[in-house]
Design a protein around this ligand. Structure first.
Ligand code: NI
Length: 185
């Protein structure tokens, strides 16, 4: 089932998300719905707060980029109870966008190496060191679990430049070709 994506201004996007227990109801269906919703919106990642749930569940699909980055062929993964333990490596700037911030694309500086822990969809716990593009996408998505969005990383000047677009979202205007839930809807 394709769900509406919550847009900037929705309080759930600013909440710190909670870990879930293995008996969380209908978890498999929820993950399935998150993948469908992300695919429909042509995103590479989606965090549960973006569909209105303050829980630590993220889906990532880098297979869609595998023509340019063959190392990610077939990469579609779920991260449950995800936490970043450490960010290291060289700081790299790259343009980011977010399904909850339609129409905004800005350069964000992040470390290119992270250590994370999470459960996979079989609820098996992992601890991993991740580098490169995946490390960036994970930091972006796991930020959502801390109530953060990529615009929080921008300079005061860049924030000023996008203020008009953010204010329009607060008034219920979001220009995109997928279903959204703004504060006014
Ligand atoms: Ni995002």
């Amino acid at each position: 089932m394709i769900l509406p994506i919550y847009v900037y201004g929705q309080p759930v996007l600013r909440q710190v998300a909670e870990d879930i227990t293995p008996d969380y109801p209908n978890l498999k269906e929820l993950i399935q719905d998150m993948f469908e919703t992300m695919d429909r919106a042509e995103g590479v990642g989606l965090a549960a707060p973006q569909i209105g749930l303050p829980i630590r569940v993220v889906v990532i699909d880098l297979d869609v980029l595998s023509e340019d980055m063959p190392e990610y062929k077939g990469f579609r993964k779920t991260y449950i109870n995800a936490h970043i333990l450490e960010v290291t490596g060289e700081e790299v700037s790259m343009e980011e966008g977010c399904l909850s911030l339609p129409g905004i694309h800005e350069s964000v500086k992040r470390g290119n190496k992270i250590r994370v822990k999470y459960w996979d969809e079989e609820l098996v716990e992992h601890e991993e060191v991740v580098e490169g593009y995946l490390a960036r996408v994970m930091q972006h998505e796991f930020d959502h679990l801390e109530g953060k969005m990529f615009i929080d990383h921008l300079s005061a000047l860049r924030k000023q430049m996008i203020k008009g677009k953010l204010n329009a979202m607060l008034k219920g205007k979001a220009h995109c070709n997928y279903k959204v839930k703004t504060v006014r809807k």
